[in-house]
Each structure stands twice: as structure tokens, then as C-alpha cells.
Design a protein around this ligand. Structure first.
Ligand code: NAI
Ligand code: MG
Length: 503
């Protein structure tokens, strides 16, 4: 169902932000790119240019890294107490919350997602993440360790560990949750006392720039957070290869993740964390409550237009219920109100870009050519923006691209199973291991399948449940390390073992 009536215009403060001149945040100042170049920002619902931003490249990355290094080594930031760091993070959360409506509009205009979803999920999750991480600042503790040292009989020691910030961190984020990905990255880095150069996605630079304004307003010292808008091959690659960056944290495609690892290895062996693609299985067992599982399966794939690394893109349904479930999910798909994200009735917006629309449609074409059938959807929506119909594919085969590769669009491939043992092995048969879900009334079975899934997140009788306290990340080629929770704090610190010989 496509919404045809016009979307309302945005708030005047949102418009004022779009109209501002957008520069790079380096050392606490907004500066132009050294090249003087700018690039356009488009509204994916219409293809219209809504703003333009500075095009940072390697030269600007160099300045930003130097500023982050200075802020890490001396001055105000390292001298702040843990409590003071926490207070700054909490203040940032408060400022973000105060500006929720503006952020939701910017996210909708820039990324295409429904404004209502950004207001209910993206922005509140980012606020909560900063508050959660503010709480950790005062709880990053080492341990005391009794040691024996067999070759020093009689000697007495006091040994302990310190957890120290890893240093200058390069963070490269994607466009599917622009503000939230910035928060997932910045939160633990700032909680632990690192300094940051954040390279935002070229498709969606706006909310990170607005967040940069709030970071200044909150009172973070200069150079602690530097924000670079620019392209992956130039600014992103320079950050990953920079010899004075201690860690790079990346979210995006598995292909670029491999380039990041290579760049880190060839430069200075900086630490690397990666959050990459997925092809997550969503399993409906025969005893599931279908009244919950059917809308759950639709939400698993159609939330955020399928542009979710953890999207439930392979739907496993028992043969005996296949027709009923597919009919139900297809009805849900057909009823989704697709249109501009700013429209009050919008439930699904456009793909983020023409490139992404083309990529998703080329997967659809390849699946249909190989014999898959679209029960609903199957093509782009003709019109101004980059819309794709919510699609349910059946008659799929294990060797098809639509089963093996991440589509990153509103396309679910349904697979009928007969035997639960075979199901577990088929569900795990992927190069990815980001998420999985199982729907069942038998809670023991739910736990058992959860244990057997080779995936970083498993949901039972739910999907897409995120929380700042829950670690998120991938097995296999879905990544290295975890975001959020205490795990993220660990990955932004180094452990130092200190040993004192008692005289
Ligand atoms: P991408 O991996 O190219 O972009 C993600 C970020 O990496 C952006 O900030 C980009 O500027 C940067 N980047 C690109 N090339 C780089 C390089 N050589 N060195 C350093 N940084 C670089 O993803 P893209 O092209 O936007 O989307 C392609 C596919 O990737 C999607 O269809 C989807 O399958 C997957 N993807 C997965 C995401 C996730 O959340 N895991 C997010 C975005 C995309
Ligand atoms: Mg790319």
C-alpha cells in the first residue's frame, strides 16, 4: 500500500539545521574540509537535495587524529574524574532527549525511516545508551591478583590490574541507524576515557553533525570527539590505515570489514572491532503461537525496511504450517503503509539510496530468475523515491543468492523444513552468525535451540529486542567483538598488570 498524500513539512528548527553550513568538527571547532569540497545530502523519499556537508578526506583525518591525540595525552580530558566523565555523558543524553523531535525529523529526512519510528526507537535508544555508559564510568575496575613466582622464593608482591583507555579510536559507521550507531560507538569510548575520530556514512551525515553541536554544548573538552563527513574510500580508508590510531571500530559490510582488518594490519596493528553483515534465521517451530509468530516474522524482516544487519531474512517454517504462515506474513507485508518517512501514517520508507534500491532489486531479479516466487512484492515502487515493495519469496533453493547473501532490504526468503535436526544445521549454514530467533511454546526447546545457534544474539518468542545493557555482535563473518553492555567497555580498554615487590 503506497501513501499518496503529501507528507507535512518539518519543524522550523529542523529546517534551520538543514540550512546551516555543515563543516567538520575538529579540535572543538567547525572547520571546512582542507580541499574546500562539499557533497550533497538527499532525501531518499524524493531524491531531492536537502543539505550539503563538507567532504573530508585524508588531510582532514590527519588533523582530526592529531587533535584526538593531543586531547588524549594532555589537557582537560585525562584529568577529569570518572564521575565527571559520567556527568558529561549524562548531560549529552539529556540534551539529545530535549531535542528528540528535531533528531527524529533529521533521521527521517536523511535516512528515509518513519519519523515515528525514529522518535520511538532510534533517538530514545541513543539517549539510553549514553545514560547506560555514563553509569559505567565509575565502575571500570581492575583486580588484585595473588602471585607465586616460583623462581623468587620468599619474595612478597602486591599485584593488581588497571583498565586504561585504549587511546585514540577511529570509528566508522553506516547509514541504517545513523544516530544510534554513533551512540553505540561514542558511548563506550567516552565512558572509558578514549578520544575519537568518527567518520559517518556519506549517505546520512546529518544527525551525527547535530550530535556534534550537542557534544560541544555538553562541555566535552576540545578534540575529545572529532566528526568527519566524507566518503569511505578516502576518509574512511585513511582512518583505518592511520599509524597514530590505536583502535578502529567499524560497522558496515563484510567486504569493507576485511579491508579494515588489512589496513590495520599493514599500518600499526591497531585493535579492530567489527560489526558486519548477517543472514539471520528466524525459526517457527510447529508448537509456536502463530498469532505472535506471524507478525513477529514480519517485524523481523520489515523493521527498518530490512536494512538491519540482524534482519530475520531466512524464515524457517514447518511444512505442515507453511501455507498458513506464508499467507499470514504476506498479508502483513501487503498491508504495510509505504511512503515518505515524514508522513504520519508511514510504516516503511524508501531504501537509503538509489544504489541500495538497485542492489535490493538486483537480488530480487536474480531470485526470480532462478525460480523463486514472490507471493507479495518483488519489485521497486515507481515514483520519486527509492522505494521497494515488501516482499515474501517462496520456492527458494539453498544455493540461491537470495538465501546465501545479505540483501539488506525488505525481502524475506521462506524455507519449509520437516526435521528439526536438519533445521538446526540449515539455520547455521551461513557464513554469517549475527542473530537468530525461535518461536515456540516449549521453553526448554527454545533454550536448547538458542544454545545450538551459532549467532551473537538469539531471541525466543520475540525479535529485534535491543538494550544498551545487552551485548550485540557476531559469530563467524558477522564480526569481531561486541557493542553495548560491559563487553563494549572491555573492548575500549587495555589491561595493565602492575607488580610491586614489598621490601
Ligand atoms: P559500506 O561497508 O561500504 O559502508 C559502511 C561505512 O564504511 C560507511 O561509513 C563508508 O563510508 C565506510 N567505508 C566504505 N568503504 C570503506 C573503506 N574502503 N575504508 C574504510 N571505510 C569505508 O556499506 P554500503 O556500501 O553502504 O552497503 C553495502 C552493503 O553492506 C549493504 O547492502 C549491506 O549488506 C551491508 N551493510 C551492513 C551494515 C551493518 O549494519 N552491518 C550497515 C551498512 C551496510
Ligand atoms: Mg560501500
Amino acid at each position: 500500500m503506497f501513501l499518496t498524500s503529501a507528507a507535512p513539512s518539518c519543524l522550523s528548527k529542523t529546517q534551520a539545521f538543514l540550512d546551516r553550513e555543515h563543516k567538520l568538527l575538529i579540535d572543538g571547532e567547525w572547520v571546512s574540509a582542507q580541499s574546500g569540497k562539499m557533497f550533497e545530502v538527499k532525501n531518499p523519499a524524493t531524491g531531492e537535495v536537502i543539505s550539503s556537508v563538507a567532504e573530508g578526506d585524508a588531510a582532514d583525518i590527519n588533523s582530526a587524529v592529531a587533535a584526538a591525540r593531543r586531547a588524549f595525552e594532555g589537557g582537560e580530558w585525562p584529568s577529569l574524574t570518572a564521575s565527571q566523565r559520567g556527568k558529561l555523558l549524562w548531560k549529552l543524553a539529556d540534551l539529545l532527549e530535549e531535542n528528540l523531535a528535531e533528531f527524529a525529523e533529521l533521521e527521517s529526512l536523511d535516512n528515509g525511516k518513519p519519523r515515528a519510528v525514529a522518535a520511538a526507537a532510534d533517538v530514545p535508544l541513543a539517549v539510553d545508551l549514553f545514560r547506560y555508559m555514563a553509569g559505567w564510568t565509575t565502575k571500570i575496575e581492575g583486580t588484585t591478583i595473588p602471585i607465586s613466582v616460583p623462581y623468587m622464593p620468599g619474595a612478597e608482591f602486591h599485584s593488581y590490574t588497571l583498565r586504561e583507555p585504549v587511546g585514540v579510536v577511529g570509528q566508522i559507521i553506516p547509514w541504517n541507524f545513523p544516530l544510534l550507531m554513533a551512540a553505540w560507538k561514542l558511548g563506550p569510548a567516552l565512558a572509558t576515557g578514549c578520544t575519537v575520530v568518527l567518520k559517518v556514512a556519506e549517505e546520512t551525515p546529518l544527525t551525527a553533525l547535530r550530535l556534534g553541536e550537542l557534544i560541544r554544548e555538553a562541555g566535552f573538552p576540545n578534540g575529545v570527539v572529532n566528526i568527519i563527513t566524507g566518503f569511505g574510500e578516502t576518509a574512511g580508508a585513511a582512518l583505518a590505515a592511520h599509524p597514530d590510531v590505536d583502535k578502529v571500530a567499524f560497522t558496515g559490510s563484510t567486504e569493507v570489514g576485511k579491508l579494515i582488518v588489512k589496513a590495520a594490519g599493514e599500518s600499526n596493528l591497531k585493535k579492530v572491532t567489527l560489526e558486519l553483515g548477517g543472514k539471520s534465521p528466524n525459526i517457527i517451530l510447529p508448537d509456536a503461537d502463530l498469532a505472535a509468530a506471524i507478525p513477529g516474522a514480519a517485524n523481523a524482516i520489515f523493521f527498518n525496511h530490512g536494512q538491519c544487519c540482524c534482519a530475520g531474512s531466512r524464515l524457517f517454517v514447518h511444512k505442515s504450517q507453511f501455507d498458513e504462515v506464508i499467507d499470514g506474513v504476506s498479508k502483513q507485508a501487503a498491508a504495510i503503509q509505504v511512503g515518505p518517512g515524514m508522513h504520519p501514517d508511514c510504516q516503511m520508507g524508501p531504501m537509503v539510496s538509489q544504489i541500495q534500491q538497485d542492489r535490493v532489486c538486483s537480488y530480487l531479479d536474480s531470485g526470480l530468475k532462478q525460480g523463486a516466487e514472490a507471493v507479495v512484492g518483488g519489485k521497486r515502487v515507481n515514483g520519486g523515491g527509492y522505494f521497494v515493495e515488501p516482499t515474501v519469496l517462496v520456492n527458494t533453493q539453498p544455493n540461491m543468492q537470495v538465501i546465501q547473501e545479505e540483501i539488506f532490504g525488505p525481502v524475506v526468503a521462506a524455507i519449509a523444513y520437516e526435521d528439526v535436526e536438519q533445521l538446526v544445521s540449515d539455520a547455521n549454514d551461513s557464513i554469517y552468525g549475527l542473530a537468530a530467533a525461535v518461536w515456540t511454546r516449549d521453553i526448554s526447546k527454545g533454550h536448547q535451540i538458542a544454545r545450538r545457534m551459532r549467532a551473537g544474539s538469539v531471541w525466543v518468542n520475540c525479535y529485534n529486542v535491543f538494550d544498551a545493557a545487552l551485548p550485540f555482535g557476531g559469530y563467524k563473518q558477522s564480526g569481531w567483538g561486541r557493542e553495548m553492555g560491559y563487553e563494549a567497555i572491555n573492548l575500549y580498554t587495555e589491561t595493565k598488570a602492575v607488580t610491586v615487590q614489598l621490601q
